[in-house]
Design a binder for this molecule. Structure first.
Ligand SMILES: Nc1ncnc2c1ncn2[C@@H]1O[C@H](COP(=O)(O)OP(=O)(O)OP(=O)(O)O)[C@@H](O)[C@H]1O
Ligand code: SF4
Ligand SMILES: [Mg+2]
Length: 349
């Protein structure tokens, strides 16, 4: 939710990163120029010493939309801001500028009722979802807990737990077990059942298959896509696994150091990435099929520190195509094809 202490008046003006005309901005979720900043560690002491250190910029003008029933994959190296974006959408991370609109309701301002409504209609599978399952609650209690939290009448709790467990391919008998008695795949299914308990329109899944064997990953992904077909739920899928992105997402968005750099249909972006960072990310993907590798260069060097954000294009310190223009001017989104946008001064052919 917006942070009253870091309101727009304290934000530096941002170059506009609106999607160009012709790119759809209608649908379930619309994020417009979202900025998240946090105080630097030790900022309070520095302020007491008379200095005013600028905040760390975690997300910089992120604009993104998600349609009902769609899967949008969000990719980017560690620290690019994926989880921060997810948390901001869920109202768990204050943002200092921009807006979020969910089912036509704008979630800016202090409209607590709107955030409450979003939490009933959207659910998040956290990055450490299995660890977040309370070890003291039974599986039956865990999957029905969201219903009690939101005061939704459920009649017979055992029957409801059984229904939710069956939906994710688990036996209703498992309702009496505790998380420590589950395998990794079963625990992950419980997190999916818990997320779907309120029949959400949107599920944000942060690394839902991380740490699972390949076969169990496939089971969870097939489960999620099956439920999408049946229930029409939309997924914002956060993952490092590009094979997963190719397998399940309709569109993908690439985040670099808090900036979105490329958004488009997954098939188009993976077949012909137009941003050098996307190309490098795809080129660094482990693959046994050389034909699937794009011709772009692999990723050089480290992600710059948030404490020392490069001017101009944030990727210029690692980009082999960088020019003086890149080092001074932040690129804007430009359409390179229908629904395919890239923020780069010199996009790949
Ligand atoms: N409250 C905070 N205070 C300081 N830094 C923060 C805060 N929240 C996030 N960050 C920093 O913002 C950056 C983005 O974090 P985030 O967790 O969103 O990355 P991520 O893309 O999800 O990474 P990963 O793939 O490793 O999960 C990181 O460098 C993180 O340390
Ligand atoms: S704007 Fe310049 S530095 Fe940034 S990705 Fe494009 S070519 Fe590379
Ligand atoms: Mg994360």
């Amino acid at each position: 939710m917006p942070d009253p202490d870091a309101g727009p008046a304290r934000c530096r003006p941002w170059p506009t990163r609106r999607l160009p005309p012709g790119v759809a901005m209608t649908g379930l979720l619309e994020i417009n120029e979202l900025c998240v900043r946090v105080p630097r560690p030790g900022a309070l002491w520095q302020r007491l010493g008379g200095r005013n250190p600028p905040p760390l910029e975690i997300l910089c003008g992120v604009t993104l939309d998600l349609a009902a029933g769609e899967t949008l994959a969000l990719v980017g190296e560690s620290g690019s801001g994926k989880t921060t974006l997810a948390r901001a959408i869920m109202g768990l991370q204050p943002f200092c500028a921009g807006s979020i609109r969910f089912e036509q309701a704008v979630l800016t301002g202090r409209g607590r009722r709107r955030w409450h409504r979003l939490r009933r209609r959207a659910a998040m599978i956290f990055q450490d979802a299995v660890a977040s399952l309370s070890p003291r609650l039974t599986v039956g209690r865990l999957v029905t807990e969201p219903l009690s939290i939101h005061g939704r009448p459920m009649g017979d709790r055992a029957a409801e737990a059984g229904r939710l467990l069956s939906m994710v391919g688990l036996s209703p008998d498992m309702a009496g077990r505790y998380p420590r008695e589950l395998s990794g795949g079963q625990a992950r299914r419980v997190t999916v059942a818990r997320a779907l308990a309120m029949e959400p329109r949107l599920v944000i899944a942060d690394e839902p298959t991380a740490g699972l064997d390949v076969s169990v990953q496939a089971e969870i992904l097939n489960l999620m896509t099956g439920l999408q077909r049946d229930l029409g739920v939309a997924y914002l899928l956060i993952t490092h696994n590009l094979a997963v992105v190719r397998h399940v997402s309709h569109r993908m968005a690439v985040l670099y150091l808090g900036h979105l750099v490329e958004v488009g249909a997954t098939a188009a972006v993976t077949a012909r990435p137009r941003h050098p960072y996307t190309a490098a990310l795809l080129a660094s993907e482990p693959s046994i099929d050389p034909a699937r590798r794009p011709a772009g260069p692999a990723l050089d060097g480290e992600v710059p520190s948030l404490f020392d954000r490069p001017p101009g294009c944030a990727f210029h310190t690692r980009c082999r195509r960088a020019t003086d223009l890149c080092r001074t001017l932040q690129p804007q989104f430009l359409p390179v094809d229908t629904g395919h946008v890239v923020a780069c001064h010199h996009p790949l052919d």
